[in-house]
Write a protein that binds this ligand. Structure first.
Ligand code: CMP
Length: 139
């Protein structure tokens, strides 16, 4: 069993599709073991996306991620990191397969509805970035 981090981004919250996105994870075998709605501060968003700080889209990404509330999730399941990324679809929604979250709900490469950890190592870092141990309910 693995745990991974997902974020339902401000664009998806604005579209009122939180429930639909949660259902995609559950219907595909992942369990929601932690959830928190919050409005990221600029400092926290910058820190979370630090790996992209040299990219030309970094400041726009931070602006977007702080433009409204997000729902942060820890997901558990067999091969959860890979499975979550399959359910989300490609970062660029134009490349995302039919039936994926990004194909159905993203509106640009930046406003791509969801985030998911890209490796098991990063999943551990990202889950603990948002959740204390007593806020996670593995089962
Ligand atoms: P995410 O999976 O959260 O990881 C980094 C985010 O940066 C990505 O989703 C997109 O929201 C954004 N992103 C990635 N590539 C680009 C790009 N070329 N232009 C703008 N935003 C991007």
């Amino acid at each position: 069993m693995q745990q991974t981090l997902s974020i339902i981004k401000p664009d998806a919250i604005e579209k009122n599709v939180i429930g639909k996105i949660l259902a995609r994870f559950e219907e595909n075998g992942l369990k929601i073991i932690a959830a928190k709605m919050l409005h990221l501060t600029e400092e926290k968003a910058k820190k979370f996306y630090m790996v992209h700080k040299e990219k030309p889209f970094y400041m726009d990404l931070v602006k977007f991620m702080t433009s409204g509330p997000v729902l942060v999730l820890a997901l558990q399941g067999k091969e959860a990191v890979k499975k979550c990324r399959e359910i989300m679809g490609a970062t660029n929604f134009k490349d995302a397969k039919e039936g994926t979250i990004r194909k159905d709900f993203a509106s640009s490469i930046e406003r791509n509805a969801v985030h998911g950890s890209d490796s098991l190592e990063n999943a551990k870092i990202e889950v603990s970035f948002f959740f204390n141990n007593n806020e996670i309910f593995p089962r």
